[in-house]
Design a binder for this molecule. Sequence first.
Ligand code: FAD
Ligand code: FES
Length: 350
Amino acid sequence: MFFKPNFQPAFHRATVSAIMEEAPDVHTLQLLFETPFEYRAGQFLTLVFEDLLKEDRRSYSFSSAPAVDLVVSITIKRISNGRYSRPLIESLRVGDQLSTTSATGLFILPKRIETFHQYFFFAAGIGITPIFSLLKELLFTHPDVSAVLIYSNSSPLQTVFENEINELQKRFQKRFVVHYLFSNTTQLNNARLSKWLLPQLLERYALGNKKEHLFYVCGPFAYMRMVRYALQELEYDDAQIRKENFDTSRPIHLHKPSDQQPHQVTLNLGTEKHHFESQYPLTILQTAKQLGIPLPYSCETGRCGSCMLRCTKGKVWMSYNEVLTEKDLSEGKVLTCVGYPIGGDIWLEG
Ligand SMILES: Cc1cc2nc3c(=O)[nH]c(=O)nc-3n(C[C@H](O)[C@H](O)[C@H](O)COP(=O)(O)OP(=O)(O)OC[C@H]3O[C@@H](n4cnc5c(N)ncnc54)[C@H](O)[C@@H]3O)c2cc1C
Ligand code: FES
């Protein structure tokens, strides 16, 4: 293999048991784990690689659903010049082993599913991966809710899971609708999702009260932003829109904390306790990494939620946050990759 998995005991070891080609440059990997591995529909795992001098991580959403699929699977699209997606598509073989963190992520079904009666899923391209997982889990386990999938691709050939989605539509025809959009079509009014098309699709498919609708969005950054703005214009609350961002490469403008003094961090990870000092410009995660404390992380830019801990005492200021909702923040959840203690010492729980 071109890359070297990091097989430290802190990680799970997974053997690739099958590889399926879903579309050009898109493979599903079925994974068998040596140790118990639990996950929820819509979450992701993070593959851990050893580079010459450092460790590299890449996250991949589950395309399987725990209530439906016997084997865990992830689905990967090759990015041209991608350091890891390219060899994962081109060189990985059945029997190869990968190293991964535990499952994580907040792009999951709500605790009380029946609070919402209709679930809308907006997916573009490989953004279908966590949405396919959520859709299966929802349809097979919750007979009282309905689902609508609006799925954008450049062409039918590029459409990942098209056959499986059509099978779901046949099986759950009374409560599941799929609307495909292909940008290579000549019917321009049904080619790309836009702020004009989205309200028309909702008018066509939405049932009941607006408060009973929940939205899941995954695709390129501009697509997700457009869907969010369009839904906000239709007076949907931000709390009704859940987003998963795959692209952590975009630069972001980071602000500085008002308090840049050193503060003590007490970390309770269940079986392990740690105590250390953290000070801007190092984030809590960067300080922990330097000290060899194994905190979870993936994107390191406040966009995936892997590094989330709960602050039970003191205050953590975050320079960026794309994942935690107002409710998460009110429950004390914080992202250590963009977090700094301010105003005094802090306690964090894992
Ligand atoms: C929570 C989460 C879930 C994810 N789930 C999936 C999944 O289910 N399937 C999947 O294929 N990928 C998924 N990704 C993206 C994946 O982690 C990698 O970013 C992707 O495979 C590219 O890695 P690379 O090493 O090949 O590219 P890099 O070597 O890191 O980047 C190569 C070039 O591609 C650009 N780039 C990097 N990532 C992206 C991206 N996602 N979109 C567009 N351009 C990019 C970079 O700017 C750079 O120019 C997910 C990411 C996150 C954060
Ligand atoms: S590691 Fe992704 S949000 Fe912190």
